[in-house]
Design a protein around this ligand. Structure first.
Ligand code: UGA
Length: 444
């Protein structure tokens, strides 16, 4: 006997799976999170998380203690008696940029081999249009092999959470999108999500291909806003306009909106680069060219080099023997995620020119070492990184970098030079205190 209204399983304990499972447990649903990685599961049982996400560790521990959240490597056991099984395993980009579905389909087979009563199998990972249909085929195949006559449905429920703000995004979503094929599934999914809809935000039901497409269209639109603003920023710099002013000027038009129009050093992370590539690929395979998205990608690649180009120009094209301090390594603040981080490109280019680097990041150093190893030095704090450096590069806008003592910085740095990829300082103030200050989209 379980005192819970619903029982679900979430397969895959990456970002999406772990946050999904934990937040469902938080609202009183019995959740088993499954992963094939025994080490990961053992750690999770002991409260050790594979990722850094603000607030998640406490929430995991609280729900494990309350015995609503369980971790298991046994998919077969976990899916028995569940109302819903989420597939939230990775879909890494294949060599050609398309999403590799082998993990998703293997899990679908595993579910089909083990379910013992009606359940809804939901794809939560970002998957190309047509994947839920493939999941259905795998399940049917596995059930036929067992000669089991068990009913099931598939659904597509893309996730829109942002790393660093994942819990809040999940608990208070702008909207929930669910692709379904029958009223029976709709009823199950409505019941499951009811606790998250108290703020009046909608659950939008649609057909399955449209739900799958919605996820890609959302990320592609956001990536487009960023690349567009980066293009505008570069032009502002050339013609002597201030992109911060322009941003405020256009953002106050509610049709444009104030969010995701901050210029910078290009978008990174595990989602935008991968999803933009995958959508271009899907279109191409279907005989259509995504002209806008190709430009979005192109602008993003060049934008990752903007800070490096500024540094090279400042030092008269010669960076040999120059020492740079780097503040921030993760692709954005509040995460230790280094996937497609612009810092990696900037550092690679500086090293290739014979420069040396001391970097500081509040949480991503351990993660960064997997890729960067001993090619750079790591500082214990942001000020240690500055000692004897010829310049500082602000790469990730962690809050603690926003208001440092420029006086102290001026003493520690060999030269008072800052390349700011995130526009966190005031150009006028920097000029007044004698720093050479370069940022994005403002001629300084
Ligand atoms: C993104 C989406 O925002 C989520 O809605 C989506 O669920 C997620 O991908 C996903 O598909 O899983 P995330 O990658 O965590 O979330 O990070 P964002 O906060 O969206 O930032 C992405 C990149 O864009 C970062 O490199 C950030 O620095 C950059 N960015 C963001 C800008 O350069 N300018 C902006 O105005 C906003």
């Amino acid at each position: 006997y379980l005192p819970y209204n619903m029982k679900i399983a979430v397969v895959g304990t990456g970002y999406v799976g772990l946050v999904t499972g934990t937040c469902f447990a938080e609202v009183g649903i019995d959740v088993t999170c499954v992963d094939i990685d025994e080490n990961k599961i053992e750690n999770l049982r002991n409260g050790i998380l594979p990722i850094y996400e603000p607030g998640l560790e406490e929430m995991v521990n609280r729900n494990v203690k309350a015995e609503r959240l369980h971790f298991s490597t046994n998919l077969g056991e976990a899916v028995k008696g569940t109302d819903v099984v989420f597939i939230a395993v990775g879909t890494p980009p294949g060599q050609d940029g398309s999403a590799d579905l082998k993990y998703v389909l293997a899990v679908a087979r595993g579910i089909g081999e083990n379910i013992d009563s009606y359940c809804v199998v939901v794809t939560k990972s970002t998957v190309p249009v047509g994947t839920a249909a493939k999941v259905r085929v795998e399940l049917e195949g596995a059930l036929a092999k067992r000669k089991a006559n068990i009913e099931f449905d598939v659904a597509s429920n893309p996730e829109f959470l942002k790393e660093g703000a994942a819990i809040d995004d999940f608990l208070r979503p702008d909207r929930i999108v669910v692709g379904v094929g029958s009223e029976r599934v709709e009823e199950v999914m409505r019941r499951l999500y009811k606790p998250f809809l108290l703020n009046g935000h909608p659950i939008i039901f649609m057909d399955i291909p449209s739900a799958e497409m919605t996820k890609y269209a959302a990320n592609a639109m956001l990536a487009t806003k960023i690349s567009f603003m980066n293009d505008i920023a570069n032009l502002c710099e050339i013609i002597g306009a201030d992109v911060n002013m322009v941003r405020r000027g256009i953002g106050s038009d509610t049709r444009i909106g104030t969010k995701f129009i901050y210029p910078g050093i290009g978008y990174g992370g595990s989602c935008f680069p991968k999803d933009v590539k995958a959508l271009i690929k899907t279109a191409h395979e279907n005989g259509y060219q995504m002209k806008v998205l190709k430009a979005v990608e192109n602008v993003n690649e060049t934008q990752k080099e903007v800070l490096f180009n500024k540094a090279k120009k400042h030092f008269g094209n010669d960076l040999k023997g120059k020492k740079f301090a780097v503040w921030g390594l993760s692709f954005k603040p509040n995460t230790d995620d280094m996937r497609e981080a612009p810092s990696l490109i900037i550092i690679e280019k500086l090293l290739a020119e014979g420069a040396s680097i001391t970097a500081y990041d509040p949480v991503a150093i351990a993660e960064a070492k997997h890729t960067l190893g001993k090619t750079i030095t790591y500082a214990k704090d942001q000020f240690e990184a500055l000692v004897d450096a010829d310049a500082l590069l602000v790469v990730t806008e962690w809050p603690e970098f926003r208001s440092p003592s420029f006086k102290v910085m001026g003493h520690l740095l060999k030269q008072k030079v800052i390349f700011d990829g995130r526009n966190i300082y005031d150009p006028a103030e920097m000029k007044q205190i004698g720093f050479a200050y370069y940022c994005i989209g403002i001629r300084t």
